[in-house]
Design a protein around this ligand. Structure first.
Ligand SMILES: Cc1ncc(COP(=O)(O)O)c(CNc2co[nH]c2=O)c1O
Length: 398
């Protein structure tokens, strides 16, 4: 049996989404900027896709959503655009973000630091969350941007975006959230969150890889990252990948409607809890960041005495796909920065395994995964020279 439990890395394209995309390869294949019928034929479904995107994040009709290639491009567009507008051509020189952002945020910020910008990387609290007051305490007169993720990709922890949005509005500071791991898992409302910018990626909610979006609140200036043709009103040059844009719009429609979010919060959460609770019955295991206030599909579990990479190999041999953290960093065996951010000791930081589920997982799959995981832990702990578990009288030894 094959069981895919790495949906925070990427998801399967929903077959319904794939059907919506197909016509735009060999039938309605014109360039949307061409004036003839072959180009104009793409417009109805592109407009429908935009409608789905606006509805999915509750954007106002006058706001902008530009189509990008992924969340990384969207994030760079915001951070570097604000750098140009508010720092190079303004009187600001400070950005507030967090230690546990995705590398797309932290690497873009480190690039700006190399250009002389001051960046504050806020630590998470003992529950793995950035506190709104900590953001407030670190906003200065020359703060150009606050950028805090909506949900953490490793732990699933949800951050107080609406509170932070109020703080930024009162302080008149631009606010961006990387919502890549939130869309399709929890309700994302850009207006309630007082966001000026938001980034997202279709392949995290059963859309195609290679397409994402940047939300820009009406009236907020943002210098483009890419210059060239007049696509997206000059806000993102380059011919739009029509099939992917249509796919992202439909995936947003399927993932963010009321029934879909209820399914995530019930069915997917129940499967995640079933898997998590079975692993927590093993001695010396713990959920990094705790079990409260998380996306319903994610668990990051430390299994003492079991190297995360060794566990992944065992699981892969049995048809199960999981991860120790972001795929973009998987090759790097350095301790997981998120684990480190929680102040976990170095051994703990190397023993995290992330399981991230989706609406396509079944109870049969989860029960199979539990059996494989428990057996893998027994095998690996027995092999470990450094792990010696002395069971208390009421515990069965492993
Ligand atoms: C919070 C967050 N932001 C941005 C990105 C980048 O998205 P992309 O540009 O579409 O690649 C990711 C991808 N996160 C992961 C990729 O693999 N495992 C992960 O956790 C993410 O989780």
């Amino acid at each position: 049996m094959e069981v895919y439990l790495d949906n925070n890395a990427t998801t399967m394209v929903d077959p319904i989404v794939f059907e919506e995309m197909k016509p735009f390869f060999c039938e309605t294949y014109g360039n949307p900027n061409s004036l003839h019928r072959f180009g104009a034929g793409t417009h109805p479904k592109m407009m429908e896709a935009l409608d789905y995107l606006y509805t999915g994040i509750n954007a106002d009709d006058e706001d902008d959503i530009i189509i990008t290639s992924n969340a990384t491009e969207s994030i760079n567009t915001v951070i570097k655009g604000v750098w140009v507008d508010e720092i190079l051509n303004g009187n600001k020189n400070h950005i507030v973000t967090s230690e546990v952002e995705h590398p797309a945020v932290t690497a873009a910020c480190r690039f700006l630091e190399a250009q002389g910008v001051s960046v504050t990387y806020l630590p998470v609290n003992e529950n793995g969350v950035i506190e709104a007051n900590t953001v407030k305490e670190n906003i200065k007169d020359d703060t150009a941007l606050v950028s805090i993720m909506w949900a953490n990709n490793e732990t699933g922890k949800l951050f107080p975006i609406e509170e932070i949005g109020k703080i930024c509005k009162e302080a008149n500071v631009l606010f961006h959230s990387d919502a890549t791991q939130a869309i399709g898992k929890v309700l994302v409302d850009v207006q309630k969150a007082n966001l000026d910018f938001m980034s997202f990626s279709a392949h995290k909610f059963h859309g195609p890889k290679g397409v994402g979006g940047t939300y820009i609140k009406k009236g907020v200036k943002l210098t483009p990252l890419l210059h060239g043709g007049e696509q997206m009103g000059g806000k993102r040059a380059g011919t739009v990948d029509v099939a992917s844009m249509v796919g992202m719009g439909y995936a947003m429609h399927l993932a963010t409607n009321e029934m879909a979010l209820a399914y995530e919060d019930n069915h997917v959460r129940k499967l995640r809890d079933r898997l998590e609770n079975a692993i927590l019955e093993l001695p010396e295991t713990l959920v990094i960041g705790g079990t409260e206030n998380r996306t319903p599909n994610t668990t990051l579990i430390s299994i003492r005495g079991v190297e995360g990479e060794s566990m992944l190999w065992d699981l892969n041999q049995k048809g199960i796909g999981a991860s120790t953290g972001s795929a973009c960093a998987s090759e790097d065996l350095e301790a997981n920065p998120v684990m480190n951010a929680f102040g976990s000791d170095s051994e703990l930081a190397h023993t995290g395994v992330r399981f991230s589920l989706s609406r396509f997982n079944t109870q049969e799959q989860i029960d199979y995964a539990i059996e494989v995981i428990v057996n893998a832990v027994k095998r690996l702990r027995n092999l470990s020279s450094s792990y010696a578990y002395a069971p208390k009288s009421h515990e069965s030894g492993l």
